[in-house]
Ligand binder design. Structure first.
Ligand code: PGA
Length: 262
């Protein structure tokens, strides 16, 4: 894992956006895995800025989102469909036919999940997957004890995740869906590269467990220790519990310019 610590989430998000932009510039038909939640918003804002100001072209890009709530219509304001259109898709030149998000209203969950996996294969696999981390260490909605070999499937949210996400549902936990369809950990690990973003002290414990703890199903994100190309962009607050933070800073500061966005 490469740990990139920046002073604040804005700087970390700009650094992460440069990695995404370099991929899209070099491979215009790149396949991106996308995430929702508060964390990727500054990254998406920077990609939108790059699209507007320097012509970053998304017209041939294919996207697959990590997850969706079960039981929310696409049009529901808290569905991840709505989130993606509001915060990214409506502001870049993406082809709607190349956007994929699990269907939370499907009447046949296993078939929907299998079709999602097949669509990723048909697209040539995910080049770069963007990830957030839950305070309980989840990636996508793969909660603690999820199988490291798992593929897209239905999952039940933990009470911690329901509580974390209640802020999007008027603070009312009873309004948060209990189930979701999520890419599995095996799906995420099959991506050719992963970018994890985490900001704020509320993520510090999960980040320390992911980076410096043992690889364990109790911390699903810790599997990224086994990924050959995983970058972790965090702010000082999220880095606060890392024992080797100074080493990670030293390594990043010493990277040659040509390697910075690679
Ligand atoms: P957040 O969620 O970005 O809203 O903190 C991250 C996650 O649950 O993966």
């Amino acid at each position: 894992m490469e740990i990139i610590i920046q002073q604040n989430k804005q700087a970390a998000s700009v650094a992460a956006a440069r990695v995404v932009a370099r991929l899209v510039s070099e491979k215009p038909d790149a396949v991106l895995g996308l995430a929702t939640g508060s964390t990727p918003l500054p990254l998406y804002a920077e990609l939108i800025r790059m699209h507007r100001e320097v012509g970053l072209d998304f017209s041939a890009v294919t996207t697959f989102n990590l997850d969706e709530y079960v039981g929310l219509e696409k049009e529901h304001e808290q569905s991840y469909h709505s989130f993606m259109w509001q915060n990214l898709f409506s502001q870049i030149n993406i082809n709607p036919d190349k956007i994929h998000i699990p269907d939370g209203m499907t009447t046949d969950v296993p078939a929907c999940c299998a079709a999602y996996e097949q669509a990723i294969v048909d697209a040539g696999g995910i080049d770069l997957q963007i990830l957030g981390i839950g305070s309980d260490g989840h990636i996508g909605f793969n909660e603690p004890t999820s199988s490291f070999a798992s593929r897209t499937r239905i999952k039940t949210l933990t009470q911690e995740t329901v509580a974390d996400n209640a802020r999007f549902f008027d603070g009312d936990e009873s309004k948060v869906p209990r189930h979701c369809i999520t890419m599995g950990i095996g799906t995420i690990m099959a991506a050719r590269s992963n970018i994890m973003l985490a900001f704020g002290g509320g993520k510090a414990e999960a980040i320390a467990a992911m980076v410096e703890g043992p690889v364990a199903a109790m911390v699903p994100a810790s599997i990224l220790q086994h990924h050959r190309n995983a970058k972790v962009f965090i702010d000082d607050a999220a880095a606060a519990q890392l024992k080797r933070a100074d080493y990670y800073r030293w390594v990043y500061a010493g990277k040659p310019d040509w390697q910075q966005d690679a």
